[in-house]
Design a protein around this ligand. Structure first.
Ligand SMILES: [Zn+2]
Length: 240
């Protein structure tokens, strides 16, 4: 005899020509379905459900719990603290619900206030802030190094990239990864020299490296730093 306080969920019945016996299914939405072999009398169904009441209760609860607390892989973890080594900047970050996504940067107090309706919006606002800061920092810095070593370039852009720190086209257009903001000033300067030398040699030939070495004798150390740094960029700062 099934007990009265047992959990008896609402369920739907599906007649299956292929099923050999009664089966219970809990869908990802938490709904319960009873699969009934074609030709079997439906009067067997309520007893069958009652028999499995305990299993159903646990399984439905688990499934609904998963729905309410989805794994956090949809939005990258939002940082409480940001350190941009390239410019020696550090911020404590606070998050505030608001309809209009925006960031208030109180650099003097090392505080960053991020506004947005949910984590996705707040993350986008934070990425926009990083983009802007990377642009206004890296491009004038590249111009400085370019005139210092007398290797001009045509134009420069800053982008979010996963796998490369920078590039230089045959038209001397330089592209910089905004994640450079997380590396050391020496590594950023080396990356600039690396790309600017491509305005002379569009390859990594011996002559190219000889030119790099005259401008940055320590290039191997910086190259190694950049190779390792890619894996340490916080997830929120990477493109999707
Ligand atoms: Zn290169």
């Amino acid at each position: 005899m099934p007990q009265t306080d047992l959990f008896l969920p609402d369920y739907t019945v599906r007649i299956s020509p292929r099923a050999k016996r009664l089966q219970l299914r809990v869908k990802p939405t938490g709904q319960v379905e009873v699969v009934v072999p074609k030709g079997m009398a439906l009067r067997h169904v309520p007893g069958f459900v009652a028999e499995h009441a305990q299993w159903l209760e646990q399984t439905v609860a688990k499934t609904l719990g998963r729905l309410e607390h989805p794994p956090h892989n949809s939005t990258p973890m939002l940082p409480e603290h940001i350190a941009l080594t390239a410019i020696g900047g550090e911020w404590q970050v606070s998050y505030h619900p608001a309809l209009r996504a925006r960031v208030i940067d109180q650099a003097a107090h090392a505080q960053l206030q991020v506004f947005g309706s949910d984590e996705t919006q707040q993350c986008a606002a934070l990425q926009g802030w990083l983009n802007q800061l990377a642009k206004t920092t890296l491009i004038p810095w590249l111009e400085e190094v370019s005139s210092e070593i007398k290797l001009p370039f045509a134009s420069a852009t800053v982008r979010a990239q996963k796998s490369r720190w920078g590039s230089c086209s045959s038209r001397k257009r330089i592209n910089l990864n905004r994640a450079l903001m997380f590396t050391s000033p020496g590594a950023v300067r080396y990356l600039f020299i690396h790309e600017l030398c491509h305005t002379i040699h569009m390859n990594h030939s011996a002559r190219y490296w000889a030119l790099v070495a005259t401008l940055e004798p320590d290039h191997r150390r910086h190259e190694a730093e950049l190779r390792h740094a890619m894996a340490t960029i916080p997830r929120w700062a990477l493109p999707d």
